[in-house]
Structure formats: structure tokens, C-alpha cells
Design a protein around this ligand. Structure first.
Ligand SMILES: Cc1cc2nc3c(=O)[nH]c(=O)nc-3n(C[C@H](O)[C@H](O)[C@H](O)COP(=O)(O)OP(=O)(O)OC[C@H]3O[C@@H](n4cnc5c(N)ncnc54)[C@H](O)[C@@H]3O)c2cc1C
Ligand SMILES: NC(=O)c1ccc[n+]([C@@H]2O[C@H](COP(=O)([O-])OP(=O)(O)OC[C@H]3O[C@@H](n4cnc5c(N)ncnc54)[C@H](OP(=O)(O)O)[C@@H]3O)[C@@H](O)[C@H]2O)c1
Length: 523
């Protein structure tokens, strides 16, 4: 059994600032010290060990503890919270905010109070460094909150090894529990092409850890879904020629064709160069182990692009290898651990949660599946499957949706009513509506950039069955809209809400304009 250095912090009560300092040092690799926050006086058997202290493990633990149970998190990083604040969601939101700010600055370059942005390239590395400097703040809050407020037990900065369905080994100690809840997350997939390991090839994980130079004036992004579009829009907004190599089409996950068309058109107009039906076939070495160029198979033949920066955004692979090897848990075609609606794996007393169980790989699912597994462990019989959830991504805008796109609604319902902005008119998108927070300047001066929104309504039942939005500030509302739609929200009920005018989605007042009609019409 491996023994590594350990410290016991159970009786320490570090402030958030002290945690920041400690985590910083541990992340810098100054020591491989495992940090134990274990209640040695509690003689109860653990109800569950959570392997992985990310969103799923931490929220599941908090719920289990709140229900009066005893839990232990084992986490290989020196902090709780997982990949979201360390290299995934949070940097993406910082970079997406930069993309939105830069689009505004470039659109109004040299006008009003905006500086002249002609020919200006802003730094990618600087923003990566900003993120890296600040990320331990949230990490520290989570360690502090989990210990001092949520009363969770945990071991951090040491990887756990599953021994059997009830036993995990960490930093030379073995812990036993009635149940094991696996939440080891996922890692990025890479493309298996010559040159994939050269310096200059990045994923969302490695860009944060190892980017130590300023990428060239041309960069290549591979993939066409959320990660590719979010990072690609940021790189492009910095002023670089950004070629997005997409093997099929970009943003296929958006359910509404018109919304997708608006989002992709805006990206292209902001300068993102989208190469559809294309694949990277080779990444060239400059002779020193660095990227010099990329060869891309396009529908028109092979193109060679000179660059020192390639960003791979090809989806996620669940970290399921260890439990498969030691426990024999069943997995699906993408390596995801198969679970039933109670989050139970194929092995008795072993549960799995979060990204490890496959798509959708989103925070809400990681957190909810964690809490549902905890509730089942604590004796409830409660089923969970992620369904009818709201979703979003960033281009230079926020793109948010819930429910059906117009196309699928027309397949399902005899009569479909569309309420949208800009409305269908000979002016197309050259209309200064929608307009609200963060889009007012566009609405007055660059009308097609002021956003797009759409409600899809089943004319027969008058129920809202889909909502789509490109702009800013509507995302919060979609969290609640999804619940109301699940409860059968109608155009009449929506039209009777009290709006806070101007509001980013305009949905309430638009519904009110049509709700009086016995026979609904488009708007
Ligand atoms: C670029 C990007 C942007 C994203 N943006 C968003 C967003 O804006 N909104 C959103 O909802 N979702 C977003 N996501 C998805 C979100 O990050 C994940 O769904 C979520 O973090 C998954 O949580 P989890 O607990 O399943 O896994 P994680 O948070 O990854 O936690 C797994 C934990 O297990 C630990 N671990 C692994 N092996 C071991 C071991 N052997 N022993 C101990 N510990 C171990 C890891 O260190 C890690 O902390 C984004 C994802 C990416 C890639
Ligand atoms: N909420 C958010 O803002 C957010 C942000 C980022 C990520 N995430 C989550 O994190 C997960 C990963 O996101 P992601 O965007 O990286 O992955 P994804 O949604 O799985 O998309 C993968 C992309 O890579 C392409 N691809 C896959 N294999 C390829 C190959 N061998 N060659 C060329 N192209 C290939 C796919 O093309 P095809 O479409 O042709 O298959 C697709 O465009 C997702 O579950 C996502 O929901 C969430």
C-alpha cells in the first residue's frame, strides 16, 4: 500500500484566505500532501464514500449530510468543486464575456467612448492568466464552506483507488462505507492524427495549465459544438483569424433551425471562418516539437494553414476505466457508466453520477444526480433522468433554449403558432427589436445585431412548447420557464405575467398581444 505525506485539518479552522494560500501551494506542486478532514470520533459507518469531489460529489455529499447521514469525499485535486471552476465552465464564462465585450468594442470602434480597434489584436494569454490567478478563490470558498458550514468529511489532494464495492484506498488509508458513489467526471477527447501531441495543441484543460505564449494571428479550432463555438468565438473576438474545422455542421444541438441560422450568421459576420464538412488530417512539426501548420481535408481538397495554435473541442470521455477494471461496472458505447433511474450501476451498492454517466454533461445534472443518489442511499426510492431541461451556450451572445424547435413542433402538432422578434417582414433582421440590456446600442445603431427570439406554441392546446433566445440576460428566466412549461404553461398564462419592461426576452408582452384571440395567429 502506498504511503504519502498527510496532514489532518479536522481541528483547524482556516479562513477562506488561508485555504486560498494552501491550495495555491498544493497546486504549484510544492508538496503531494494529502489533506484529511475526517471525524475520527464518529464511530458510525459511512453511508457513502463519494469518489470525486466535483459538482456531483459535493452536492450529493451535502444532501446526504443534511439528511443526517455520514459521508466521505475523496478528491485528487486539493479542492472541492471539480472541473467546472478549475478548467471548464468558469474559464469559458470569462472568455465568453470577453468575446461579448470585444464584439461591442469592435462594432463601435472609434465611436462614442470606444477606442479605435482597427487592426488591434488582444491577448489570449493575458485572459488565461487572469483566470488562473483568480481560480483558487472559488476553490477556497468550497473547501471552507464544505468543512465549516456543511460539516462534510473529505480527503483532498490524493487520488482514491477502488478496492471493492465498499472500500476505497487513499493516501495509504482504507475507508469502508455501506455504498460507493462514483463521480470521477470526464476528460476531453483528442483527435488521433499525426502531430496531436505537439506543443501548441490544446484542449480546454491544457490551455489553462500550459499556455505560455501568445497564439499566432491565425488559429485553428476543431469541433463544432459548445466548447468549440465558445472558445472559437473568443479567439476570433481577440482579432485573430479563427478557422473552425467542423466535420459536419456547427451547432447541430440547437433544436430550432432559424435560431441556429441567426447564431451561426452572427458568428460568421464577427469573422469566425467556419469550414463545414472538413477534418484535420495532420498537424505539422516545425522541427522543434511545436506546431507549424495544420493540414485540413475540405470538400474542395487538402488545405494547409500556417498556425502555432490548435484547439481541440471534440467532446468528453467519461473517467470510467478504474471502476470498470476493479468492479466490472457495465458501461455504454462511449465509456459512460450505465445507471438505472436510481443512479445504481450494475454492481450492488455502487452508484454513479455526473459526467461519468454520460450526456447531458451539464452542471445541473451533475448536482442533481449527486443529490438523487444520496437520497436513494439514505433510503428514499427516487428516480431521476435528465429530461425537458433548459440549455444554453455562448457564441459572442448567450444562446438559450428549452423545449421544441419549430421543425419538430410542426411534426408533432397540427397547428403551430410562432411568436418571434424580429417579426417576419420584408426587412428581415434589419430591425431594431428585440432590444434590451446589453443590446440597446446595437438596436439603435447596428440593428441586425440586436438578437433573436422565438416562442413555439401548440395552437390546439395553446401551450408553449418551445422557447429560443439569442441575446443577453434571458438565461436566468429560462430556468423558471422550463418548470412552467413542464406544468403546461399557456400563451394566456404567460400573457398574464407581470413583465419588468424592458426585459431581455419580450416573451410576456408578445404573448399578451395575441392571447385575446380565440384563434391564435403568428406574430
Ligand atoms: C469547456 C467546458 C465548459 C463548460 N461549461 C459549462 C457551463 O457553462 N454550464 C454547465 O452547466 N456545464 C458546463 N460544462 C459541463 C460541467 O463542467 C460538467 O458537467 C460538470 O463539471 C461535471 O461535474 P462532475 O461532478 O460530474 O465532474 P467533475 O466536476 O469533473 O468532478 C470529477 C472529480 O473527480 C475527481 N477524480 C477523478 N478521478 C479521481 C480519483 N481516482 N480519486 C479522486 N478524485 C478523482 C476529479 O479531480 C474531479 O474533481 C462545461 C464543460 C466544459 C468541458
Ligand atoms: N453549458 C455549456 O455552456 C457547456 C460548454 C461546454 C461544454 N459543455 C458540455 O461539455 C460536453 C462536451 O462539449 P463539447 O462541445 O466538447 O462536445 P460535444 O457536444 O460532444 O461535441 C463534440 C464536437 O466535436 C465533433 N467531433 C467529435 N469527434 C470528432 C472527430 N473524431 N473528428 C472531428 N470532429 C469530431 C462533433 O462533431 P459532430 O457534431 O459532427 O458529431 C461535435 O462538433 C458536452 O456534454 C457539453 O454539453 C457545456
Amino acid at each position: 500500500m502506498e504511503t504519502i505525506e498527510a496532514i489532518d485539518v479536522r481541528n483547524e479552522h482556516w479562513s477562506i484566505d488561508e485555504w486560498s494560500h494552501r491550495i495555491d501551494k498544493l497546486l504549484d506542486g510544492e508538496s503531494a500532501t494529502a489533506v484529511f478532514n475526517v471525524d475520527e470520533h464518529d464511530t458510525r459507518e459511512y453511508d457513502a464514500i463519494f469518489l470525486g469531489g466535483g459538482a456531483g460529489g459535493r452536492f450529493g455529499s451535502a444532501y446526504l449530510r443534511a439528511m443526517g447521514g455520514r459521508q466521505l469525499i475523496i478528491e485528487k485535486w486539493p479542492f472541492l468543486g471539480g472541473s467546472c471552476p478549475h478548467n471548464a465552465c468558469v474559464p469559458h464564462h470569462l472568455f465568453s464575456e470577453c468575446a461579448a465585450e470585444l464584439m461591442l468594442a469592435r462594432t463601435f470602434s472609434g465611436r462614442f467612448w470606444f477606442p479605435n480597434m482597427d487592426g488591434v489584436t488582444t491577448s489570449i494569454k493575458e485572459m488565461v492568466d487572469v483566470f488562473k490567478r483568480g481560480r483558487v478563490g472559488p476553490h477556497a470558498i468550497m473547501n471552507y464552506q464544505s468543512k465549516e458550514q456543511l460539516d462534510l468529511e473529505y480527503v483532498v489532494n490524493a487520488a482514491g483507488r477502488v478496492i471493492d464495492a465498499h472500500t476505497v484506498e487513499v493516501a495509504g488509508r482504507r475507508f469502508r462505507a455501506k455504498n460507493l458513489i462514483l463521480g470521477t467526471g470526464a476528460r476531453s477527447a483528442t483527435l488521433d492524427v499525426p502531430g496531436k501531441d505537439l506543443k501548441g495543441v490544446y484542449t480546454y484543460e491544457s490551455i489553462v495549465e500550459t499556455l505560455d505564449y501568445e497564439p499566432s494571428e491565425t488559429v485553428v479550432v476543431v469541433g463544432g459544438s459548445k466548447t468549440a463555438v465558445e472558445y472559437g468565438s473568443f479567439f476570433s473576438a481577440t482579432g485573430r483569424r479563427t478557422i473552425m474545422v467542423v466535420r459536419t455542421q456547427p451547432l447541430k444541438l440547437l433544436p430550432d433551425g432559424e435560431t441556429r441560422h441567426y447564431a451561426v450568421t452572427r458568428m460568421k459576420e464577427e469573422g469566425v471562418d467556419i469550414w463545414e464538412g472538413s477534418n484535420v488530417v495532420e498537424i505539422e512539426d516545425d522541427g522543434t516539437g511545436r506546431v507549424r501548420a495544420v493540414k485540413i481535408q475540405t470538400p474542395g481538397g487538402i488545405e494547409r494553414v500556417e498556425t502555432n495554435f490548435v484547439f481541440m473541442a471534440l467532446g468528453e470521455i467519461p473517467n470510467s476505466e478504474m471502476p470498470v477494471a476493479t468492479l466490472g461496472v457495465k458501461t455504454g458505447s462511449k465509456g459512460e457508466i450505465l445507471v438505472d433511474e436510481h443512479l445504481r450501476t450494475s454492481v450492488p451498492d455502487v452508484y454513479a453520477i455526473g459526467d461519468l454517466i454520460g450526456a447531458p454533461m451539464e452542471m445541473f445534472k451533475a448536482r442533481k444526480s449527486g443529490t438523487y443518489a444520496a437520497r436513494n442511499v439514505m433510503g428514499e426510492s427516487i428516480a431521476y433522468r435528465a429530461a425537458d431541461y433548459p440549455d444554453f451556450l455562448h457564441t459572442h451572445y448567450e444562446v438559450t433554449w428549452v423545449g421544441l424547435g419549430e421543425e419538430e413542433a410542426r411534426e408533432r402538432f397540427r397547428e403551430v403558432i410562432i411568436i418571434k422578434m424580429p417579426p417576419d417582414s420584408p426587412d428581415g433582421w434589419n430591425v431594431g427589436l428585440p432590444a434590451s440590456d446589453r443590446t440597446m446600442l446595437y438596436a439603435f445603431e447596428k440593428m441586425p445585431k440586436s438578437g433573436f427570439q422565438k416562442l413555439v406554441i401548440d395552437g390546439g392546446s395553446r401551450k408553449i412548447v418551445g422557447a429560443h433566445h439569442v441575446g443577453y440576460g434571458a438565461r436566468d428566466g429560462f430556468q423558471y420557464l422550463a418548470v412552467l412549461m413542464r406544468q403546461g404553461l399557456t400563451i394566456d398564462q404567460m400573457g398574464d405575467f407581470d413583465e419588468l419592461f424592458l426585459n431581455p426576452s419580450h416573451f410576456i408582452q408578445l404573448c399578451r398581444l395575441r392571447a385575446g384571440a380565440r384563434q391564435l395567429q403568428n406574430l
